[in-house]
Design a protein. Sequence first.
Length: 232
Amino acid sequence: MDRYPHPHASRDSGPSCQHHRRKREHSGFPERSHHQNKHFQPSHHEHLSESGQSYKSYATSLQTLSTKKELYEKVFPLYKQPIEVGCFSLDSERRFFNDKRQLRFYTDPGLNPSFDLRDGFKDRYVKRDENVKEKLDHILSALDADVVTWRGHLTKLLTTPYESREGWMFAVSKFRGTVYISEVETEAARRDRENRTERHSEMMYWGYKFEQYMCAVFSAWSASSCSRLSRS
């Protein structure tokens, strides 16, 4: 959970929510500076919601973020080191605990580790149901924070000018002075996820397996290749 200052936050009597969608420069929308706050015009393609109703008129309220690199080539801002404002744990069954019980210890693998990142993928890997969207449910207990979001969401926002392949959509809500940012799965992202190849899934598994090798439940414990890996 990350906390970042929001100097313009004010105390609202109720929540407000809007979606922010990224666009590419070749999409035909008029250019604007980052100081302006204009709505972009909807495309000629009809977008349908899950209920089958058109939200073409709703799209006019979506704000866009320019991807022109020139807008961001300025003096590098001063970033302060993040501080922890809260913590929580999720076990292998995605149960919530308001403590650090799932915190792992770093284990030194030595200079020549022999990790088998494929080990367990076929027979011991417990996959998550990616159709279940948890959004920000597990971090909404954070109090006295200006911005509540996942660190990866901020990474995606900040790398927008340099990423030209994948789009994104975020839901942003401001409630009682706190801004909540949660990612909304786009139609393209859903198709990519549902059509993910076995090779792609295995490569994603390598990252989880590497974490298992590098982190231990107890400080004197080293990862065993026989242990089951559950993505939590």
